[in-house]
Design a protein around this ligand. Structure first.
Ligand SMILES: NC(=O)c1ccc[n+]([C@@H]2O[C@H](COP(=O)([O-])OP(=O)(O)OC[C@H]3O[C@@H](n4cnc5c(N)ncnc54)[C@H](OP(=O)(O)O)[C@@H]3O)[C@@H](O)[C@H]2O)c1
Length: 318
C-alpha cells in the first residue's frame, strides 16, 4: 500500500516507518526539517518537507504521494510539558489535532486515499467517575481540570471528525502513555531525580503502551478495523502507587517521595493531582478484537524492566 505518514520523524514515526517498510508498504514521510529528511530516507521512506499547518503545502505533498492511506502522527511535545499550564504546552499540538487534521483529511480525500489513521490519547481524557478502567463507549471527562479544557476539546474534535469523513475510512488510535526508545527519557529522568512523587493515595490509574506496540497497532489499523475510535494500551492498567515505585526500582532510583494532596496541588497544580489520584485507565479489548493486534509488551512490569531502551522483548523473558 502507498502510505503517507505526516509527522514521521517523532518518537512514534521512528518505530512506525521500519515496521511499515517491513510489511512491504511504500512510504512517503513528512517532517518540517530538511535536516531530518536524511534520517527518514535511512529508515526506508521517501521524505517530504512540509508544515502540517500549511493547508496548501499539505495538499500538494499528499497529492504528489498519491497515497492509499494517510497516517497523522503530528504532535508538538518535544519541548516537554508544564502540567500547571497544560493547555499552553499543548497549544501547537491542539492546532495540529484540529486545523492539522482538517488539512490532512481534505488532502487525503482529494488524493483519493481510502483510509485515514490519526493519533489520539487515552488516560486523563477518560471520565473520572465510576470503575477504574474505561472502554471506548464510556464518556470522556465532562469537567476536566481548567488547564486541560482546550486540550480535551482538541481531542474531542479529532475523534469526532476523523471517523465521520466518509468515504474515507477514518480510524482514531488512542495511544496510552508511551514508554520505550526515544519515548520516555524525560519521564524516567524525573523518576531518577525523585521529582515525580506519589501524591495522596496514588490511586490514579494509568494505561501504558510500549512505543513499538503503538507502531504495530498502527500498521494493523491500515488493514483492519471499522471506522471509529480504539484504545491502544497494554493489558495492565495500574495505579500510580503500584507502577511508580516499580519504575523507580527498575531504573535504580530511590523510591518516589510521597506527598499529601494539598502539597501536590500547591507544588504542581490540579492536573498533576488528578493524574496521581483520580484518572482512569483504559481497556484494549476492542483493539485486540477488531484490529487483530496484540501487545508484544503486555505489561509495563516487563516493559519498565526490559523495554525502556529496547524495541523487542527478549524471547522467553518473564
Ligand atoms: N501517547 C503518548 O504518551 C505520547 C504521544 C505523543 C508524544 N509523546 C511523547 O512526547 C515526546 C515528544 O514526542 P516526539 O518525539 O514524537 O516529538 P513531537 O515534537 O511531538 O513531534 C512529533 C512529530 O510531529 C511533527 N510536527 C510537530 N509540529 C509540526 C507541524 N507544525 N507540522 C508538521 N509536523 C509537525 C514533528 O515533525 P518535525 O520532524 O517537523 O519536527 C514530528 O515528526 C516523546 O517523549 C513522546 O514519547 C507521548
Amino acid at each position: 500500500m502507498r502510505v503517507f505518514v505526516a509527522g514521521a520523524a517523532g518518537a512514534i514515526g521512528q518505530q512506525l516507518l521500519p515496521q511499515l517498510i517491513a510489511q512491504g508498504h511504500q512510504v512517503t514521510a513528512s517532517t518540517r526539517s530538511p535536516a531530518k529528511a536524511a534520517r527518514l530516507r535511512e529508515l526506508g521512506a521517501e521524505p517530504v518537507v512540509v508544515d502540517g499547518l500549511d493547508a496548501v503545502a499539505v495538499g500538494e505533498a499528499v497529492a504528489r504521494a498519491e497515497p492509499e492511506a494517510v497516517v497523522h502522527q503530528m504532535t508538538s511535545l518535544a519541548g516537554g510539558s508544564d502540567l500547571r499550564h497544560f493547555d499552553r504546552t499543548f497549544a501547537v499540538t491542539n492546532r495540529l489535532r484540529t486545523q492539522g487534521t482538517d488539512h490532512l483529511l481534505a488532502a487525503a480525500a482529494a488524493a483519493g486515499a481510502r483510509r485515514f489513521i490519526a493519533q489520539s490519547y487515552t488516560g486523563w481524557p477518560n471520565i473520572r467517575e465510576g470503575g477504574p478502567v474505561k472502554t471506548e463507549d464510556d464518556p470522556l471527562d465532562p469537567d476536566p481540570p481548567a488547564a486541560q479544557r482546550e486540550s480535551l476539546a482538541a481531542i474531542r474534535y479529532l475523534e469526532r471528525v476523523v471517523p465521520a469523513t466518509a468515504p474515507l475510512q477514518g480510524i482514531v488510535l488512542r495511544y496510552g502513555s508511551f514508554y520505550g526508545p526515544g519515548a520516555s527519557d524525560a519521564f524516567v529522568g524525573l523518576v531518577r531525580k525523585r521529582r515525580l512523587p506519589v501524591i495522596g493515595d496514588g490511586g490514579g490509574v494509568w494505561s501504558f503502551l510500549h512505543i513499538r506496540d503503538a507502531a504495530a497497532a498502527t500498521v494493523a489499523a491500515l488493514e483492519h478495523g471499522r471506522p471509529g475510535v480504539y484504545n491502544v494500551v497494554d493489558d495492565e492498567p495500574a495505579r500510580v502507587r503500584e507502577w511508580l515505585p516499580f519504575l523507580a526500582q527498575a531504573v535504580g532510583a530511590k523510591p518516589p517521595r510521597r506527598i499529601p494532596v494539598w502539597l501536590g496541588r500547591l507544588a504542581a497544580g490540579e492536573v498533576a493531582v488528578a493524574a496521581m489520584t483520580q484518572i482512569r485507565g483504559s481497556s484494549n479489548a476492542r483493539a485486540k478484537r477488531e484490529l487483530g493486534w496484540q501487545p508484544a509488551w503486555p505489561s509495563w512490569r516487563q516493559g519498565f524492566s526490559g523495554g525502556l531502551a529496547a524495541a523487542e522483548p527478549v524471547r522467553g523473558a518473564a
